[in-house]
Design a protein around this ligand. Structure first.
Ligand code: SF4
Ligand code: SF4
Length: 366
C-alpha cells in the first residue's frame, strides 16, 4: 500500500458522453507507437457491451478469500477493435465518406443504444473509465516479473517497461481490463494518471478537458478536498465493481437524475425511475441505496434552504476548484531524491524501452 493515494471522483449525473476526455487522453498518450487501439480513457454506454467487449465477464481480480482469479486476455481485433481510417482523399472526386476497411467491431459500437422500450422505459447512462490505480491491483499481483509498481507518494500504478516481458498476465489479472498489450514493443502499457502533469500541480488531461465538469481529482487523505468529502464525508461517491477486490481509487456518484417512466397512454408514472436500482447495485454495491438517499435529501435541502455543501461541491462553480493537487509536495520529494525537477519517477522514466528520457512533454491546457 502506498503512503498517500490520489483519487478521482466522477459524477455520472453530469457526463454527456461527449468523449472530449477520450480525445484528450488519446492525443496526449495513445495515438502512436503501437498504442493506437488502446483507450486509457474510454466512455461507454451502460447497459452495453463496454470496452473491451463484455469486460465485466472476462475475469481477474480477487475472490472473497483474497485469491487472484483467472482471467482472459481480450483479442485486439475482436474485443477492442482495430482503428480504421476514412477515404478523405477521395471526397473531392465525388466519393462518399466511408471507412477504408470493413469494420467489424470498435469501441462504442453500441453507443447510446441502451435498453428498454422507447418512449416508455428506455434508458442508458455513460460510464467514463480509466485505470483505477487500485490499492490492491490485480495487474500487479498477476505479474511474475515484478514489473508493475505502485508509487509511494500518490499510489499511481505504473509499468516498469524494462522489467516487463510482455507475458500479459497483468491483462488477465485486471478485472477492469485497463492495462493493454503494445504489440509494437511487446510490453504492457496503461494509464499513468498523467503523473508528469500531476507533479506540476495540473490535473490529468481527461479531467482538465472534461466538458461536463464531472471529474474531481485530489488526495484521499486531504480532509478539506472535494474528493475526501464526496467519498468519506458524504459517502456519495462509490467504487465501480468493488466486488472484484482490487480496492479501486476511482469513484462514481451514481445517476439519480433519470426521468420517470411513461405508461401506455404516455402519462408520467409518478415516483418511477428508469434506471433499475438492481443495475446500480450491481455496479456500485449495496452502498448505492444510502448514496442515492443522501443525494436526494441534500438536493431537497438545497431547494428549501438554499444551503448544501454537497450540492455546492457537485455543481462545481469553478472548474479549477475541482482539482486539489500539490506541486510543492512533489517538489519536496524530488528534492529529497536529489532531483531539481519533477517528474520524479525514475523507475518509469529511465526504462531503456521508453521512447526517450524526455518523452513526457507536458501539454498545459488553458
Ligand atoms: S484498474 Fe486494472 S490496471 Fe488499473 S491498477 Fe487496477 S488492476 Fe491494475
Ligand atoms: S469529457 Fe466529461 S462529460 Fe464529456 S464524456 Fe468525458 S467525462 Fe463525460
Amino acid at each position: 500500500m502506498s503512503k498517500r493515494q490520489l483519487a478521482m471522483v466522477m459524477d455520472l449525473n453530469k457526463c454527456i458522453g461527449c468523449q472530449t476526455c477520450t480525445v484528450a487522453c488519446k492525443t496526449q498518450w495513445t495515438n502512436r507507437n503501437g498504442r493506437e487501439y488502446m483507450y486509457w480513457n474510454n466512455v461507454e454506454t451502460y447497459p452495453g457491451t463496454g470496452y473491451p467487449k463484455n469486460w465485466m465477464e472476462l475475469g481477474g481480480g480477487f475472490d472473497a478469500a483474497g485469491d487472484l482469479q483467472a482471467g482472459v486476455v481480450p483479442n485486439i481485433e475482436a474485443d477492442y477493435g482495430v482503428p480504421w481510417d476514412y477515404n478523405h482523399d477521395e471526397l473531392q472526386f465525388g466519393e462518399q465518406l466511408k471507412p477504408n476497411v470493413d469494420p467489424t467491431w470498435g469501441p462504442n459500437w453500441d453507443e447510446d443504444e441502451g435498453t428498454g422500450n422507447f418512449p416508455s422505459d428506455n434508458y442508458f447512462f455513460y460510464i467514463p473509465r480509466i485505470c483505477n490505480h487500485c490499492t490492491n491491483p490485480g495487474c500487479l499481483s498477476a505479474c511474475p516479473r515484478d514489473a508493475i509498481f505502485k508509487r509511494d507518494q500518490d499510489g499511481v500504478v505504473l509499468v516498469d517497461l524494462d522489467r516487463c516481458q510482455g507475458y500479459r498476465y497483468c491483462i488477465a489479472g485486471c478485472p477492469y481490463k485497463k492495462i493493454y498489450f503494445n504489440p509494437k514493443i511487446s510490453k504492457s502499457e496503461k494509464c499513468i494518471l498523467c503523473f508528469p502533469r500531476v507533479e506540476k500541480g495540473l490535473p490529468p488531461a481527461c479531467a482538465q478537458q472534461c466538458v461536463g465538469r464531472i471529474r474531481f481529482v485530489g488526495f484521499l487523505d486531504d480532509e478539506e478536498g472535494q474528493v475526501y468529502k464526496l467519498v468519506h464525508k458524504y459517502k456519495v461517491a462509490l467504487p465501480l465493481r468493488s466486488d472484484y477486490g482490487t480496492q479501486p481509487n476511482v469513484y462514481y456518484v451514481p445517476p439519480t437524475e433519470a426521468p420517470p417512466k411513461f405508461d401506455a397512454e404516455g402519462r408520467v408514472i409518478e415516483g418511477s425511475n428508469r434506471v433499475p436500482i438492481e443495475e446500480l447495485e450491481k455496479l456500485f454495491g449495496k452502498e448505492v441505496h444510502q448514496a442515492m438517499k443522501t443525494l436526494r435529501e441534500e438536493k431537497e435541502k438545497r431547494k428549501k434552504t438554499g444551503e448544501s455543501e454537497l450540492m455546492d461541491i457537485l455543481i462545481a462553480y469553478q472548474h479549477s476548484e475541482m482539482f486539489r493537487l500539490d506541486q510543492d509536495y512533489y517538489q519536496s520529494i524530488a528534492k529529497k531524491q536529489g532531483l531539481s525537477l519533477a517528474p520524479i519517477d525514475n523507475r518509469y522514466m529511465q526504462g531503456k524501452n521508453t521512447e526517450n528520457k524526455y518523452k513526457f512533454k507536458v501539454v498545459e491546457y488553458e
